[in-house]
Structures are given as structure tokens and as C-alpha cells.
Design a binder for this molecule. Sequence first.
Ligand SMILES: Cc1cc2nc3c(=O)[nH]c(=O)nc-3n(C[C@H](O)[C@H](O)[C@H](O)COP(=O)(O)O)c2cc1C
Length: 190
Amino acid sequence: MQVLGISGSLRGGSHNTELVRAAGALIEAGDAEFDVYDGLKLVPPYDKDDDVPDAPAAVAHMRAAIVGADAVLFATPEYNSSIPGQLKNAIDWLSRPIATNVLRNKPVTVVGASTGMFGAVWAQAELRKVLAATGARVVGGELPVPHAHERFDKDGRLNDPELEQALADVVRSLVEAVRPVSEESATPAA
Ligand SMILES: Cc1cc2nc3c(=O)[nH]c(=O)nc-3n(C[C@H](O)[C@H](O)[C@H](O)COP(=O)(O)O)c2cc1C
């Protein structure tokens, strides 16, 4: 199983990228492979005239990364009570063609970190709405990480055990959403 992590922040010291990595570290060995997507900044502004079968390279690259993943974990910052423009722009590209877009039926989950006291809750709600509109299967509850500049230790782990457990629960929900129903409901023979 492949899980892709996407941080909605472009900056080098991003707390959301730290959060994506912390989530990846919580995937139990053997459950899934985890990669962090690093091409978000290269995605051009959405222009329907450019949205042709021979899509811009950065768009094709991102679409292929989503296709290659069984599930996607997004960590979003909050910019002015919503999601960063570049993240929304990328999802607009990913959402087309509408009937066959690469997010359709894909298990996705959303977490978020902000330096403020609410932990990007509005941005997470917005992102869940946008992802649901693409047809993605949004799983798990929200995970706000407030005061994010104080929340990671030197190894990149969340320094609050309750928060780390909540992140582990989100990751587990995502992995379980991928497992075939037959595997989940399999019961040992009596
Ligand atoms: C343009 C801009 C708008 C922001 N708006 C909000 C906001 O509405 N709510 C909030 O909690 N933090 C807001 N912040 C602070 C971000 O949460 C903080 O910079 C956070 O660390 C960004 O995520 P990152 O560390 O992953 O880059 C804003 C920051 C920027 C640059």
C-alpha cells in the first residue's frame, strides 16, 4: 500500500510539512509505504485552455503521484481562514476531467497545523469540502495542531502524547479505508 503525504505549505520550515512527516512516521511498518509530495510549488495557475490531454508537466506529475497512491494525507495551513491558494489551485487541476479525476473515490484525510490557537480548523473544514467536491472519499476526523511552533520535538515528533495518539488514529483510519472490505471483515474459520 502506498500513502502519499501532501503539505499545503511551500516554505522550507513548514509546520505542516513536519506534520505530514510525523504522520508518515506513525504508519506501522508493513502497513504502507509513505512518500511526501514535493512538487506543489511547480503547479501552474489553473487555466482551462491549458487543461488538455497533454497537460503541463507539473500537473501530469502530480496527477501521476495521486494515481500511484492508494490514499492521500493532506496537512493544510490556514491562510485567512481558508486553504492556501496554491493548494486549492492544485486540487482544481486534479479535479479535472470531472468524471474520471484522479481523486475520485480516493481515500483522503485532512490534518492541519497553525501557529495560532485554533490549529487551522477552518482550513481543514474547507479542504474537506473541496476534496469531497472532487469525489474523493474523505475519512477520519479533523486534527487541529495549534501553536504549531511549540508542538514538535527535535526528532520531528509531536511532543504532546494525546495529539500524537490522535494523529495515529487519523493515519489508521486512512489505512483502514484502503483495505478491501473482504480483508476487514474476514473472520477466522470456527
Ligand atoms: C497569508 C497568511 C495568512 C494566515 N492566516 C491565518 C489564519 O487565518 N489563521 C491562522 O490560524 N493562522 C494564519 N496564518 C498563520 C499560519 O497558520 C502560520 O504561518 C503557519 O505556520 C503556516 O503553516 P506552515 O508552518 O506549514 O507554513 C497565516 C499566515 C499567512 C502567511
